[in-house]
Design a protein around this ligand. Structure first.
Ligand SMILES: O=C1O[C@H](COP(=O)(O)O)[C@@H](O)[C@H](O)[C@H]1O
Length: 261
């Protein structure tokens, strides 16, 4: 095998489930397994979570005694520049759907600094510093290596707050960037950049519902279109997973993988 082939990204693993409920059950099993492997290896689990429809898909973690909440360090893949209790806040969505229902220590959750909402540059810089505190002293890598990043995907193919045609698609230096022109409201946001997403050990997309049916083949079967979600290709040996339901994957040609842990 050539050196280039050796370093190619692993092919994505596509899991498609009959219903959103089934997806949620298996997603929880997957997260718990990733958590166990990470804690066994290093005593902690670093996870970054998206907003939108994703927090509600994590309900399978709530009754699960295998989750070691005190070992989790939780960051947000992207966040809207709004107060932490605002209905548009991804932190608010995750708190409502999950964190208010489980015994996770408050200090293990890393929301944006709400005192900096009027200065997006400061806001993204401070979130980058929050990541540096967690990762830089432990890992000498150029970018943080999350144990797991959970992503969503909009019907336009955006992921995190990385939108089709946006200049942030080319950001290759910053860990956290900001935008004030998000085509999806609210316009002001901060977001992980592709290098951070693509350095994770595992990245899992969660996309369910018929509103994703047309974009999913564009991402999975025609990556050359360059939609933001198709630019997620974790650096070897990182692994990309897709957790979708059959309503979303009906038009996809890429082979499904039978779900296994
Ligand atoms: O605006 C956002 O949208 C994406 C996708 O949301 P979904 O509701 O279609 O799942 C989400 O992943 C991201 O975190 C959020 O800020």
């Amino acid at each position: 095998m050539s050196a280039a082939a050796h370093h190619s990204p692993n092919p994505p693993i596509l899991n498609s489930f009959a219903s959103k409920d089934e997806l949620a059950i298996h997603l929880a099993e997957f997260v718990v397994k990733a958590q166990k492997e990470s804690i066994d290896k290093k005593g902690r689990f670093t996870i970054a979570i998206s907003g939108g429809s994703l927090p509600n898909m994590l309900k399978g973690l709530i009754p699960n005694p295998a989750v070691k909440w005190d070992k989790w360090q939780v960051f947000y893949v992207d966040e809207r520049a709004v107060p932490l209790d605002h209905p548009d806040s991804n932190h608010h969505a995750c708190t409502t759907a999950l964190f208010s229902k489980v015994p996770i220590p408050k200090e293990n959750i890393h929301p944006l600094d709400p005192t900096l909402l009027d200065d997006l540059e400061e806001l993204s810089d401070s979130y980058e510093k929050e990541l540096i505190k967690e990762f830089a002293q432990r890992d000498s890598a150029r970018f943080p290596v999350f144990d797991l990043i959970l992503l969503g995907m909009g019907p336009d193919g955006h992921t995190a707050s990385l939108f089709p045609g946006h200049e942030l698609l080319a950001e290759d230096d910053r860990w956290v960037a900001y935008l004030q022109d998000s085509p999806k409201p609210p316009p002001k946001r901060i977001t992980f950049t592709f290098p951070v997403i693509n350095h994770a050990a595992r990245v899992a997309f969660v996309a369910a519902g018929a509103e994703k049916i047309d974009v999913l083949p564009d991402v999975l079967d025609k990556p050359e279109l360059g939609l933001p979600a198709a630019r997620v290709r974790p650096t070897f040996p990182g692994q990309l997973y897709w957790f979708v339901d059959d309503a979303a994957s009906a038009k996809v040609n890429l082979a499904r993988t039978p779900f296994r842990l």
